[in-house]
Design a protein around this ligand. Structure first.
Ligand code: F6P
Length: 564
């Protein structure tokens, strides 16, 4: 009871501003400024200022961020910084880092930065030094990953582990899988790491088919250890193992769990010693730095997992200690707010020019859309402005031959982040330069466009007849003026990937503060989950439920009557 009151107090003391952002003078000034800027073209801004790249780019150890190809002037930039200050961004950053319960609706601290606090400075949360907790958890991960990788952890029949199957979904899957894919070239292939996230049995069946149960280690990753899809896959994995071992005790040698819910994990049959900690101060989509990243450590080795944490820690330091004007995550967030909330863009593309980042846009969809895809402010009001865009994307070159037509010439402006690296980790003669030339050319084309006069002159120079020119010219016009950010790493590495992900994590935090959105809950995924449970009961029942809407009833009826 005492504890309950204390937590209520924390929630109330968090310092929630009750006024809408729209009443801030800086917000209103930006609204007016946006009307002027919509009349401007980036070509003119570049022509007027030869220093534009120098002014609007930042070099950090892990990457260059060039944001000069946005529809901004120095005035826009200063006004956005004023907005961030008016929103007390620096104060909120302190609150997050000090472990205040900024996840208000769940009354939790938000401390994923503690997971990669490589300087090992004590971080005290409710009287406990969580740096020590994290170090203990890392040490357990180190021991386990080394045992498995070195063949010292043996399965029920005394054979070494060759394959790891990680079962989890959402934040308990996307981060580790995206990083595993990104860093494939750094794996020494001691183990084969597989992921299962979908409850569609096709996925687990495909993964398990070529494997031998004697050599497989399963990791059940679930913060809550209640997620239906993960539990269903985990039960199937147990059945698959025990049907070959004929012994329930085999589970202890082939299953580990990563969870904040030890009771459920143990009730499931996982040995107490095989449970890796998670904490309620780490949100699922920010958890790859914890034992949720165990598959990464198993694949790459623990030292490389630490390098990933180092890279993230470097950005944490940058985010915490750099003034707002030179702070990369702050700038990315402000530009997103500028492009979407003030200039009206409704979606944003993530376009990696690196095959190894092929899962980045899927990862970013969860990171940004589950965090900030909301329309109610901290104090429960419907916000009166658009919040975050739809995030989508694909590796750049494949995108170029699919949807870039839309990026260049549709009547929707889609701001895009282009991400690539100077050197390829897998150099194949002649390839990387072509890839990068396309990266740079696309951002140039999206910015510059080509006007009708240029099109006509070009067609004329090619000897085209006037009729042809009149017909075709309007179709070849590219308005340009389409904003892009360019992120250029030296090369993909555990460290640079750690930095890249942390950059976006902090961007998402800043967006939430500016837009007054609770970034760390996800109530929007709960409704569908609970309805699915009800409908599963309907699918099993022979009765017809008259209280269902006619569409859902019709779907259920068609399903049941067509079951063979
Ligand atoms: O999709 C909703 C969600 O709650 C995510 O936020 C979370 O990452 C995922 O489900 C998995 O949850 P858990 O780790 O508890 O299984």
């Amino acid at each position: 009871m005492q504890q309950k009151n204390a937590s209520k107090l924390r929630l109330l003391n968090i310092g929630i501003t009750m006024t809408s952002r729209t009443s801030l003078p800086s917000w209103q000034a930006l609204t007016e400024h946006a009307k002027e800027m919509k009349q401007q073209h980036m070509n003119d801004l570049f022509a007027a200022d030869k220093q534009r790249f120098n002014k609007f780019s930042i070099k950090l150890p892990a990457f260059l961020l060039d944001y000069s190809k946005n529809l901004i002037t120095a005035d826009t930039f200063n006004q956005l910084i004023t907005l961030a200050k008016d929103c007390d961004l620096e104060g909120w950053r302190e609150k997050m880092l000090n472990g205040e319960h900024i996840n208000r609706t769940e009354d939790r601290a938000v401390l994923h930065t503690a997971l990669r606090n490589r300087s090992l400075t004590p971080m005290i949360l409710e009287g406990e030094n969580i740096t020590e907790q994290v170090e203990r958890a890392l040490s357990k991960m180190k021991t386990f990953s080394e045992q498995v990788r070195q063949g010292k952890w043996l399965g029920y029949s005394g054979k070494r582990i060759t394959d790891v199957v990680s079962i989890g979904v959402g934040g308990s899957n996307l981060g580790p899988q995206m990083v595993t894919e990104a860093l494939k070239q750094y794996s020494d292939n001691s183990l084969n790491v597989h992921y299962v996230s979908n409850v569609d049995g096709t996925q687990i069946a495909d993964v398990l088919r070529p494997l031998n149960p004697e050599n497989v280690m399963f990791i059940i990753s679930s913060k809550t250890f209640t997620t239906t899809e993960t539990m269903t896959n985990a039960r199937t994995a147990v059945k698959w193992l025990t049907s070959s071992s004929f012994d329930d005790k085999a589970v202890a040698k082939h299953f580990v769990a990563v969870s904040a819910n030890k009771e459920n994990a143990m009730a499931f049959g996982i040995d107490k010693d095989n449970i890796f900690d998670m904490w309620d101060w780490v949100g699922g989509r920010f958890s790859l730095w914890s034992a949720i990243g165990l598959p990464i450590a198993l694949d790459l080795g623990f030292e490389k997992f630490l390098e990933l944490l180092d890279g993230a820690h470097e950005i944490d330091n940058h985010f915490c200690n750099t003034k707002l004007e030179e702070n990369a995550p702050v700038i990315l967030a402000l530009l997103s707010v500028w492009n979407c909330t003030f200039l009206g863009a409704q979606s944003q593309a993530i376009l990696p020019y690196d095959q190894s980042l092929h899962m980045l846009s899927a990862y970013m969809q969860q990171a940004e859309m589950e965090s900030n895809g909301k329309s109610v402010s901290w104090d429960g009001r419907e916000v009166d402005y658009p919040t975050v865009p739809t995030i989508w994307g694909e590796v750049g070159i494949n995108g170029q031959h699919a949807f870039y037509q839309y990026l260049h010439q549709s009547n929707n402006v889609v701001p895009a982040d282009f991400i690539g690296s100077v050197e390829s980790v897998t150099p194949v003669k002649g390839h990387h330069q072509t890839l990068i030339a396309n990266y740079f050319a696309q951002t140039q084309a999206l910015m510059q466009g080509v006007n009708e006069e240029q099109v006509r002159a070009d067609l004329k120079a090619k000897g085209r007849q006037p009729d042809y020119i009149n017909n075709v010219a309007p179709h070849k016009v590219h308005k340009g003026n389409r904003p892009t950010n360019s992120i250029l790493m030296k090369r993909i590495s555990p460290r640079s990937i750690g930095s890249l992900i942390a950059l976006y994590e902090h961007k998402i935090f800043v967006q939430g503060i500016i837009l007054q959105i609770c970034s760390f809950d996800q109530w929007g995924v709960e409704l569908g989950k609970s309805l699915a449970n009800n409908i599963e009961k309907e699918l099993e029942s022979s009765d017809i439920n008259d209280s269902l809407d006619s569409s859902t009833a019709g779907l259920i009826d068609f399903y049941k009557s067509n079951l063979s």
